[in-house]
Ligand binder design. Structure first.
Ligand code: PLP
Length: 411
């Protein structure tokens, strides 16, 4: 655990063993996800070490692969889930149901049925609600167990408007309604905590705003009586550097600022990093199949697409790229895109990269969070395989899909 916590705070594509990556691409074909489970453990342990007396839950939706959940559990992590399927997968990976937290956002009936069933045998399960409708629906199901209230702090933060949940009316109880809702929860259920998750991808620059949202949660906890709460959960959102010039979060400073923002509390502090734990632990390997000289740029066609990883198309995300086959070649400015027929299917415009040739393998870095998780079959593309590295060993964590997997449900 100690060595894990002492690991470097940032891992860039060039820090991977490039020869090994090229071999993996050769053996397992491309596009290929490669997840380093030792790095997952390091990231979790480093984060947890910065918040020694807090409860650090891994937010499963960033990467719900069994191998990742098992790695987090192995280093003592607990798991936050946002859907019934995530609860089931956490349990399948070995999580003790009493330690799980289920964050319900407009929960479908099936999700509530599942959570209430689970809680009947695991009264330690916590359900986080963001609307009083959810309370009504839980009461209808006979539930009177542990509830946390998700607060809408009215302040959103993060790398993109689509992840700035803290100011979005969809998430959480409107701030001024929280005391009244807390009274109701205390009457009908067991109020154990307050929760807020303000955004995602926060780096040093966004930390102040992020902490403003957190301070609203601390303030509300004191208003509703923190001495009667078990925990105050300030969510996730902690970013990693995607661009070469970006610096990693200073966790010590982050921890200090978060604590200051929360203020004096009797309740335990809880955090839910997702991205931070997995982002730099995974790369995508993709093979170059086309080089085309266009008047303004060199187009480099690869076999990964927005079906493999949708973040650049969906959020305009920057992902570092490295020519694994020939990192020493002189750089050219390239537009790197996949086989999908939309101009959104481009990983980078005018990006300097060691001059690619057909057959080269390119690594797309920081693919661990919301990468495989958002992979899809658009353009009838089977989802890629994922191999896992752990303790010097390689294993297939998920086999590559076949075309039969794509058409399996058709009748
Ligand atoms: C998505 C999510 C997280 C994790 O967010 P990251 O930006 O990946 O750290 C934490 N808590 C909740 C409730 C979430 O929905």
């Amino acid at each position: 655990m100690t060595d894990f916590a002492d690991s470097p705070a940032v891992r860039r594509p060039a820090d991977w063993n490039l020869e090994r990556l090229e071999r993996l691409a050769d053996e397992h074909d491309t596009p290929l996800y490669v997840i380093d489970l030792d790095r997952v453990k390091e990231n979790y342990a480093r984060f947890a070490a910065a918040f020694p007396d807090a409860d650090v839950m891994y937010a499963a939706k960033a990467h719900t692969g069994k191998a990742v959940l098992e790695a987090v559990l192995e280093v003592g992590g607990t798991i936050e889930c946002a859907a019934w399927g995530e609860l089931q997968r956490a349990i399948d990976a070995g999580a003790e149901p009493n330690t799980l937290q289920y964050t319900a956002v407009n929960p479908p009936d099936h999700d509530l049925d599942y959570a209430v069933d689970l809680a009947a045998d695991a009264p330690g399960l916590t359900i986080t609600i963001g609307a009083t409708d959810t309370l009504d629906r839980l009461a209808e199901r006979g539930y009177d167990g542990r509830i946390a209230i998700r607060i809408n702090p009215g302040i959103g933060t993060g790398h993109h408007e689509k992840v700035a949940t803290g100011a979005d009316a969809k998430f959480g109880i409107p701030y001024e309604q929280v005391p009244e809702v807390a009274d109701r929860v205390r009457e009908e259920f067991d109020l154990v905590g307050l929760h807020a998750h303000a955004g995602s991808g926060v780096l040093t620059d966004g930390l102040e705003e992020h902490c403003r949202a957190i301070s609203r949660v601390g303030e509300m906890a004191r208003r509703v009586g923190d001495e009667h709460l078990e925990f105050v959960d300030v969510g996730g959102g902690y970013g990693v550097p995607y661009r070469e010039e970006e610096q990693p979060l200073d966790l010590e400073k982050t921890s200090e600022m978060v604590r200051d923002a929360v203020g004096e509390l009797d309740a335990q502090l809880k955090l839910e990093p997702g991205r931070y734990v997995v982002a730099d632990a995974e790369v995508i390997l993709t093979e170059v199949n086309t080089i085309k000289e266009a008047p303004d740029t060199t187009v480099v066609g690869v076999d990964a697409s927005l079906s493999t990883m949708i973040r650049p198309a969906m959020f305009g995300s920057y992902h570092p790229m490295l020519n694994v086959s020939a990192p020493e070649r002189g750089p050219i400015e390239a537009t790197v895109g996949g086989p999908v027929c939309t101009s959104a299917d481009v990983f980078a415009h005018d990006r300097p990269i060691a001059e690619p040739e057909r057959g080269d393998v390119i690594a797309i870095g920081n693919a661990g969070s919301y990468g495989y998780e958002l992979a899809n079959q658009f353009h009838s593309q089977p989802k890629p395989a994922e191999v896992a590295l752990e303790d010097g060993e390689v294993r297939v964590a998920r086999r590559r899909e076949t075309l039969e997997d794509v058409t399996r449900l058709e009748r």
